[in-house]
Design a protein around this ligand. Structure first.
Ligand code: FES
Length: 105
């Protein structure tokens, strides 16, 4: 499977990913520097913030309470915001499109 990633400069690329992998980790390994993943995926840093394209949101697992809280504290939050450390790849997510959210000021 692949995901389609648009970086903060608007550059679009296709990124190969295996089922079971965590999106934050794969983005990190693929040198998307905006995705720092400082907390290592425990829902406490929000440096893995992405915008998921409409139409894909329903296919993702529900947000944990801590994810909701963390996202709601961001000035860059949108209705399609997710923490990429909370998204695990599945077959159903093949072709998922996301945009990396800008850093907060
Ligand atoms: Fe820290 Fe996702 S990596 S919240």
């Amino acid at each position: 499977p692949n995901i389609i990633v648009t970086d903060t400069e608007g550059q679009r690329s296709e990124v190969p990913i295996a089922v079971g992998e965590i999106l934050m980790e794969v983005l990190n390994e693929n040198d998307f520097e905006e995705i720092e993943g400082v907390c290592g995926g425990i829902r406490s840093c929000a440096t893995c913030h992405v915008y998921v394209k409409e139409g894909w949101l329903d296919k993702l697992s529900d947000k944990h309470e801590e994810e909701l809280e963390l996202l709601s504290g961001l000035s860059t939050q949108q209705t399609n915001s997710r923490l990429s450390c909370q998204i695990q790849m599945t077959d159903a997510l093949d072709g998922l499109e996301l945009t990396i959210a800008p850093f907060e000021d």
